[in-house]
Design a protein around this ligand. Structure first.
Ligand code: C5P
Length: 396
């Protein structure tokens, strides 16, 4: 319930992406937000107020002169109650109106009347030519100068049959951005590099050695770092997890690929977080061709050699970033955790309490530092990731 207690005004202006606003209203509600929909007249041509009312559980506002507001000041009442306003979809015309302070309908008026500091986010959605038009780009630049958050748009196939920039960002990403808007910007301007997931060490082109790491904790930390305002690069081993919005992701397979990818990008980073469960060994002389069973049925003999230790390599760099390691131990975490921190020479080592965390949605962490140990009690991985980012930001 990442938006529990938050009141969001979801404004819809005219565009075919209005149909996605229905899903967005649902996602915001599921995250705990109380959603008040407000629609322009054009939006009501694309989706009905009945749909939005049913999904938000509240009558929709479309009219400045709505008789439900006794003093006829819907624009004041609605914007004073809100914790954030999100316009999705935001048409080219509505961008223009916001950029120029127009207020000729309820939605634009309540945006203009919003209290100073109330977050206003817009998710543009329009035809590619309309988006690229210098007039629209001028309006977008003006909105950014005014501190309005412009989310997207995405590129791809459009409802009009053309292809390019102008698709509204997917509702799941918009939800991530609304949640991010409420997070403290503790890492603003910082650069963060992370590894996450398992690695895969080939035996032959179709077989390999890997482990049960899902990547969930590393991806949650990447998202939390980006929510905190950092520029985040995520080096991911094989995992099907979706990339957190706004994070640069690079996929790798083996430990050596991960090692090379990290070393190619580590210069200029402020923070390095090694969350990946890197395979300790790789197969010597992995076969180029699929290994065949022989007539006698003898299994092949695999010879292993050690992989480079990525974290220890980064921690030994002369100009190293602030380094954080992880440990998953099946016993004696208190002792092994501190030993590992010293061996890897990192200021902060994060121990998973219990090694059954792989693939789970929650976790329990023990932080090892010079100053001693701190426990982060059991919680969802995203929540723990935010707490950990808070700790890291304080240590920097
Ligand atoms: O030595 P061990 O694998 O237990 O250490 C775990 C920590 O070291 C994790 O932070 C992991 O990402 C990192 N590591 C690494 N390269 C390796 C092995 C582990 O970066 N080859």
């Amino acid at each position: 319930m990442e938006l529990a207690g938050k009141k969001i005004i979801l404004g819809l202006s005219g565009g075919i992406a209005c149909y996605k606003a229905a899903e967005l209203a649902r996602l915001l509600g599921k995250a705990g937000a109380s959603v008040q929909a407000a629609m322009t007249d054009a939006a009501t041509h694309f989706i009905t107020t009945v749909t939005m009312q049913a999904l938000t559980g509240k009558p929709v506002f479309t009219d400045q002169w709505d008789a439900r507001i006794a003093n006829n000041m819907a624009h004041i009442d609605l914007s004073r109650e809100a914790d954030a306003i999100l316009i999705a979809p935001c048409s080219a015309d509505f961008l223009f109106k916001l950029a120029h302070g127009a207020c000729d309908d309820l939605l634009s008026t309540l945006c203009l009347a919003r209290p100073t500091g109330l977050p206003l986010m817009v998710a543009p959605a329009m035809n590619v030519e309309m988006w690229q038009n210098p007039a629209t780009q001028r309006n977008v630049a003006r909105l950014k100068e005014d501190g309005i958050l412009v989310l997207g748009p995405d590129a791809g196939a459009q409802a009009c049959g053309e292809t390019g920039m102008g698709r509204m960002l997917e509702p799941a990403y918009l939800l991530e951005e609304v949640i991010a808007a409420f997070q403290p910007k503790a890492l603003k301007g910082k650069r963060v590099l992370l590894t996450a997931g398992p690695t895969f060490e080939p035996i032959d082109p179709v077989r390999g050695i890997t482990n049960l790491s899902s990547g969930k904790m590393g991806f949650a930390i990447a998202r939390a770092a980006r929510e905190a305002g950092a520029q985040v690069t995520l080096l991911a081993g094989p995992t099907a997890l979706p990339t957190p919005y706004g994070v640069t992701r690079i996929d790798v397979q083996s430990a050596r690929q991960m090692h090379d990818a990290v070393l190619a990008r580590v210069a200029g980073q402020d923070i390095f977080i090694a969350v990946a469960a890197v395979a300790d060994w790789r197969v010597v002389g992995a076969s180029e061709q699929k290994l065949k069973k022989n007539a006698a049925g003898d299994p092949p003999q695999l010879l292993l050699e050690p992989n480079p230790d990525i974290l220890a390599t980064v921690a030994a760099l002369p100009d190293r970033p602030y380094c954080i390691g992880f440990a998953a131990e099946s016993e004696n975490l208190a002792q092994y955790g501190e030993e590992k921190r010293r061996r890897k020479n990192v200021p902060l080592l994060v121990g998973n309490i219990g090694h059954h965390t792989f693939g789970k949605d929650d976790n329990e962490l023990m932080l090892f530092e010079d100053s001693g140990q701190t426990m982060l009690p059991r919680a969802g991985k995203q929540e723990l990731a935010r707490q950990l980012i808070g700790v890291i930001a304080r240590r920097l």
